[in-house]
Design a protein around this ligand. Structure first.
Ligand code: DAH
Length: 340
């Protein structure tokens, strides 16, 4: 046989197979097919023994040269394939700065905070500023200074949490009146939103809830101012069509005292479960600040007078978002809070 011609044919076949190898694994197979122990070039070398002595070195040299060239094709192809694999891997990891970013999950304000801020904005527009007081109060601020001595039945009504050392968890925001007015000179226009505590629990009562107190003191403040401001406030909260009524009531720290009701928005006054069939829902208490409260703060009741009111925030939030049970507001259940 003409080993020169067959070597050339093997080499050409190898060149084509190597160039066509689609992957590094396929390339290794092709290499084995031509250069491995049982490969085509090796068979030529193995056949040398059968050749005439003068032929042996020529064919051996030619076969080794072929082998080296084929190795060269393999090396080249391997480099190409490796580069392609690397480019591919890089392309897969490439940073596309034009893609929209990954948004971290975002929280939002609690419904009570939203109602509170809304109220603060409303009253800021009327020139009221925000006062704060502590949630652990003295009995003087929470009760006595507001006309509720130790034996007064109003203490029983506000099922109180007492702490050791004669303090209470404030049962209402009214003690902020005492703090804000003591040692200062009117005119005053304040609101005081915050947490309050009572030993009460039902679907409509939580032992912790929120109130907003409002009070205004000057030389000529009358019940008419109170009515005008509360009407505007309730229209802001409930909508312009809300129907309101003042009902005579009693609080130890106001005289006269009233409760403000609004016509039930659900049944429009016909009577339903939400308004206990009465057609009306309580918005809160109010009245003209009792002269003895002013005196307890060091103010002259002959000169100064004012009004005060206290409302529950939680009920406003429940109404606004149709939350049927007050406890849903404070359990931290995201399935509830994310709906708001
Ligand atoms: N502090 C009262 C309560 O918790 C609410 C209240 C009634 C506040 C009349 C007032 C007021 O300022 O004038 O039930």
């Amino acid at each position: 046989m003409d080993t020169g011609a067959s070597l050339a044919a093997i080499e050409e076949e190898a060149r084509q197979a190597i160039a066509a190898a689609p992957s590094l694994a396929a390339l290794a197979d092709v290499r084995a097919r031509f250069l491995g122990k049982k490969g085509s070039v090796s068979s030529v070398l193995r056949g040398i023994g059968a050749l005439a002595p003068e032929e042996r070195s020529r064919v051996g040299e030619a076969a080794n040269a072929s082998k080296e060239r084929i190795e060269g094709f393999v090396r080249e192809r391997r480099e190409t394939l490796e580069r392609a694999a690397q480019d591919h891997a890089l392309a897969a990891r490439r940073l596309d700065v034009s893609l929209p970013g990954i948004r971290p999950p975002q929280g939002h304000l609690h419904p009570i905070t939203r109602v509170e801020r809304d109220i603060e904005r409303f009253f800021a527009g009327l020139g009221f500023s925000v006062e704060e007081g502590p949630e652990v109060e003295t009995e003087w601020n929470n009760f006595e200074a507001l006309g509720i001595p130790p034996d007064h039945p109003a203490r029983d009504m506000q099922a109180t949490f007492f702490t050791e050392g004669g303090h209470v968890l404030r049962t209402h925001t009214s003690p902020v009146q005492i703090r804000a007015m003591s040692g200062r000179q009117p005119p005053f226009r304040f609101i005081a939103p915050g947490r309050v505590y009572r030993n009460d629990r039902s679907p409509r009562h939580s032992p912790m809830f929120h109130q907003v107190e409002g009070f205004m003191v000057d030389e000529n403040v009358s019940f008419a101012h109170l009515k005008g401001i509360l009407y505007a406030f309730q229209r802001h909260m409930m909508g312009a069509e809300v129907e309101l009524r003042f009902r005579a009531s009693y609080f130890p720290f106001t005289e006269p005292s009233a409760e403000l009701d609004y016509r039930c928005l659900l049944c429009r006054g016909a009577g339903c479960a939400t308004c206990s069939q009465s057609g009306w829902i309580e918005a809160g208490g109010c009245g003209m600040i009792h002269p003895s409260v002013l005196a307890n703060c060091g103010l002259d009741p002959e000169r100064w007078q004012g009004f005060a009111f206290g409302m529950t925030l939680d009920r406003a939030a429940m109404l606004r978002w149709g939350i049927p049970n007050i406890h849903l507001l404070f359990e931290g259940d995201l399935r509830v809070l994310e709906q708001i």
